[in-house]
Every structure is written in C-alpha cells, then in structure tokens.
Design a protein around this ligand. Structure first.
Ligand code: CAA
Length: 249
C-alpha cells in the first residue's frame, strides 16, 4: 500500500517540525508546507537535516494567506506523489502582539488572515478528495489563548477561538464520510514564537503553569499523531488541550 500523505502547514517551524517527525515515524509520507518569506534554501536545509535523521520528508511552498498559492501547493503535492492529501495539519500561524488600544488594522488583519482564513484556503482544497476516499484527518492547531484570552492578543485569541468553531462545524459535515476534524490547543511551548516574549513577561506566565515548565514541541507532535491513528476514528469535533494545566475547561 502506498503511504498516506500528511501535509503540515508551517511544517519547518517549531511545533510543525515536531509534528512532521512524529507523523513520519508513524508511517505517513510527510510534506512540510512552508512559506518562510519565500526562503526556499531554509526549507531545503530543514529537509536535509531531517534526512540526516533518517526521515525522508517532502517540502512544498505555499502562502496560507492566499488561496491561489495554496492551490499551487496542493497541485504540486498531487503531481509529485500521484496521491491526494489524507492528513492536513493546519499549523501555520503568526503573532502580532500588542494592546488593543494601540493595535493597527494591519496587526489585526495579518493575524486573522494567517491564522483563520488559512483554515478555509487549505482545508477547502483537500476536503473533497478525503470524502471521496472515505478517510481523512484534519487537525487544526489552536492555542490555550483561544480559550482563556491573553493580554496583548485580541487578534490572536479571536482567530484561534474561531478555529475551534470551524472544527466543530466541519466535523459534523464530514463525520459520516470517515473524515475526522479536531482542534489541538497547545499552551506555551518552547519555540521561537514563545522565545520572542520578553523574559520578565514569560517568567510571569511560567509561574501560572501548574506543571511548572513550558511544553515541548514533541508533546504536541505526539497528540497529533494519536489523532491520525486509525483507532482515533471516533474522536471528532474535539479540542485537546496540551497546556500543563495552565487553563482547564
Ligand atoms: N494583565 C494585566 N495587565 C498587564 C498584563 C497582563 N497580563 N501585562 C501587562 N500589563 C500591563 C502592564 O503592567 C502595564 O501597565 P502600566 O502601563 O500601568 O504600567 C501595561 O499593561 C503595559 O504593559 P507593557 O509595557 O508590557 O505593554 P506593551 O504594549 O509594551 O506590551 C505586550 C504589551 C507586547 C502584549 C506584552 O505585554 C506581551 O508580550 N505580553 C505577552 C503576550 C503573550 O503571551 N503572547 C503569547 C505569544 S506565544 C503564543 O501566542 C503561542 C501560544 O499559542 C501560547
């Protein structure tokens, strides 16, 4: 049997890279979607690094903020592998933190487009082939800050909360077709995104995490893999929190 294709957007980034590795170890043909401001060399270096670890990964350029770019990305994957995408992990995301009273429309719009419009762009392109095959997994990466809100993140919290509404509605539409749709909500995970937070602000955040530490990207990859297993076919429309107890709901 040919390997099922798993596309992870933002696949060469902090959490994305761990998700890719976990899915590859599970037996999927992984393709890391990347944008990196068009830095193809950076993505190729990542691919080489994975190869050194014994993991053969595909890479595919796609700007998740633009539907046409996603279309080209999906077409390239289908042409390369002669297969449609079976697993989509909508992981690409950005922050543009700042207090709302000072927030620009650009800060708002960039975050909403990259984190929420991207759900439409990528998912719309893979959903019908999944329905036709009678098997699919969509995993949308949200955030603890979708549920609890976060000072300085009205844009990000709004977009990430919107993701779970999308998950629940789509999950109902495709449940009878063998396609599951779930949200995974990481807390503060040791990635370049979190490293950007001022140390004194991050220390305060850390002190509110009962487990007493930041999460690791591998802990997120593990849960995504679990949801992609054949035995996880009865889990759909759920929102799995991985936040060290920072927010319980
Ligand atoms: N609650 C209440 N008040 C707060 C506060 C909080 N959590 N944080 C700051 N304030 C107050 C400050 O005490 C300060 O008050 P005064 O003006 O009275 O002194 C005021 O707000 C301004 O604070 P700053 O100087 O920090 O404001 P700023 O505009 O320079 O910076 C900020 C604001 C950039 C949002 C900064 O507070 C920050 O970085 N916060 C962390 C945001 C965050 O957690 N981002 C997560 C990124 S990682 C991620 O998003 C991944 C994920 O999914 C978890």
């Amino acid at each position: 049997m040919t390997k099922r294709i798993a596309l992870v957007t933002g696949g060469t980034g902090g959490i994305g890279s761990a998700i890719c590795q976990s899915l590859a170890q599970q037996g999927f043909q992984v393709v890391a979607g990347y944008n990196s401001g068009g830095n193809h060399e950076k993505a190729k270096a990542w691919q080489e690094e994975m190869l050194q670890k014994g993991l053969e990964m595909g890479i595919a350029y796609g700007d998740v903020t633009k539907y046409e770019s996603c279309e080209r990305c999906i077409r390239e994957i289908e042409e390369t592998y002669g297969e449609t995408v079976s697993v989509l992990v909508n992981n690409a995301g950005i922050t543009r933190d700042g207090q709302f009273k000072k927030m620009s429309w650009e800060q708002w719009n960039e975050v909403l487009t990259a984190n929420l419009d991207s759900m439409f762009h990528m998912t719309r392109l893979v959903i019908n082939p999944m329905i036709e095959k009678g098997w699919g997994r969509i995993i949308n990466i949200s955030s603890v800050n979708a549920q609890k809100g976060q000072f300085g993140q009205t844009n990000y919290s709004a977009a990430k909360a919107g993701i779970h509404g999308f998950t629940k509605a789509l999950a109902q539409e495709v449940a009878s077709k063998g396609v599951t749709v779930n949200t995974v909500s990481p807390g503060y995970v040791l990635t370049p995104m979190v490293e950007k937070i001022a140390p004194e602000v991050l220390d305060k955040i850390k002190s509110g995490i009962p487990v007493g530490r930041l999460g690791t990207p591998e802990e997120i990859g593990h849960v995504v893999s679990f949801l992609c297993d054949d035995f996880s076919g009865y889990i759909t429309g759920s929102n799995l929190a991985i936040n060290g107890g920072q927010h319980m709901f």
